[in-house]
Design a protein around this ligand. Structure first.
Ligand code: T4K
Length: 374
């Protein structure tokens, strides 16, 4: 049975924003003259500067995706050894630590914000700790001040995986004003997308220089490379998409805000928990809900699937439970150590949320949830 009348197509958890095709063609037309498609072309430079200004950041280094951004940020900050982090995240966060030679050490999360709990982070810090890597889960800001002061007290860098958090502010300030580095993703499923893309915000000019070098093999001139970098450059086609999507971002977030409100109103009174949003200005990146238990979460997930609605269990399972992650951890890892993350992960479900979703579709999704739970 199609959910909304006249719309029998699949409803996915996300749907990429796209600008009008004619606008995109106009934006990329010059490429057919220049034939310069990548290697820090003019559209990439323009997109980088537009993002920097939008985030009010001192430095922003544009890259090819959010995963490279974390890996390169960790390398540029010289992170080696144990990295205290959250298991309630997309696997990219944890893999980036492992791929750069680090060892993830997992700290539990806060049951209301779903972000890593600073008190639990502090317990995990020891002489081998080289950094903190926290995630603004679903774009909801971490306790940035407390995490910064813990990092300062132990003289270690703090990196925020801000893949979900474009444009978010906390305490009236951009969340990108905090930390030694904040990484971004412009993946197709993100609030701001360039199909694939990402980058790193930093305050230090020295680190920004290193990031730029690392993004292009450490090349400084035709006959000189100075460090073992990689290729993390964005193409002109992606940058063009990013520029145009950035232009319509305000409208896109306004639609997300409206739809989130419809969800909250429709689901009110049910046995459903919502994330406690602590942002001053939020981007409504996801619509996570906590069902009463794992069984009901799975029932709702399966029922929605049968009705062509692809909600997603972000983030289940915890990254700490994957075998390749367990194999790298120095601490004897067991999810016993992160009981809140384990509980939230077993009950979480991200419902569809994207600007072109309609109010009627949201009402229909909530009606299904209601039917399953009652
Ligand atoms: N840190 C965090 C906290 C992250 O969440 C992520 C990525 C990263 C770091 C790494 O950033 P990137 O290296 O990816 O830039 C998706 C995304 O691929 C991933 O970017 C995202 N987090 C993660 C939470 O979700 P999947 O495997 O669930 O994606 P997929 O292909 O199932 O797509 C989900 C839905 O989105 C589809 O049902 C339809 C829609 N969609 C998908 C694509 C690919 C579109 O509308 N357009 C598209 O082009 O991982």
């Amino acid at each position: 049975m199609p959910l909304a009348e006249g719309n029998s197509s699949m409803i996915n958890v996300a749907r990429s924003d796209l600008p009008p095709l004619a606008e995109y063609l106009r934006e990329i037309r010059a490429l057919w003259k220049s034939h310069m498609l990548t290697n820090n072309g003019s559209l990439a430079v323009e997109f980088e500067e537009k993002v920097r200004r939008r985030l009010n950041a001192r430095h922003f280094v544009l890259m090819n995706n959010g995963t490279s951004a974390i890996e390169i940020a960790l390398s540029a900050l010289g992170v080696k050894g144990e990295v205290v982090t959250t298991p309630f995240t997309f696997i990219a966060t944890t893999n980036a630590i492992i791929r750069t030679g680090g060892t993830p050490v997992f700290a539990d999360i806060d049951s209301r914000t779903f972000n890593v709990d600073p008190a639990r982070i502090e317990e995990k810090i020891n002489a081998r700790t080289s950094a903190i890597l926290a995630v603004h889960v679903y774009g909801n800001p971490c306790d940035v001040r407390r995490l910064e002061s813990i990092a300062d007290a132990h003289d270690i860098p703090i990196i925020f995986d801000s893949a979900h958090a474009f444009g978010v502010t906390v305490g009236g300030r951009s969340i990108f004003a905090y930390g030694d580095a904040s990484t971004l993703s412009f993946h197709a499923t993100k609030v701001l997308n360039s199909a694939e893309g990402g980058g790193v915000v930093v305050r230090s000019s020295r680190v920004a220089r290193t990031l730029r070098l690392m993004r292009n093999h450490g090349i400084v001139s035709e006959d000189k490379a100075v460090l073992a970098g990689t290729n993390a450059k964005m193409t002109e086609f992606q940058a063009a998409l990013g520029i145009l999507n950035l232009r319509q971002l305000g409208r896109s977030i306004a639609s997300r805000r409206r739809l989130s409100k419809v969800y909250r109103n429709q689901l009110a009174g049910m046995e459903i928990g919502f994330q406690k949003i602590v942002a001053t200005s939020y981007n409504y990146a996801y619509m996570p809900v906590c069902l009463p238990n794992r069984k009901s979460r799975d029932y709702v997930y399966d029922d929605l699937r049968r009705h062509q609605i692809n909600a997603r269990k972000y983030f289940y399972p915890l990254t700490s439970s994957f075998a390749h992650v367990r194999a790298t951890t120095s601490t004897k890892l067991d999810n016993e150590d992160v009981p809140i993350a384990r509980d939230v992960s077993s009950r979480i479900l991200c419902l569809p949320l994207y600007p072109t979703l309609t109010d009627q579709e949201v009402v229909g999704i909530c009606r299904r949830v209601h039917q399953v739970l009652n």
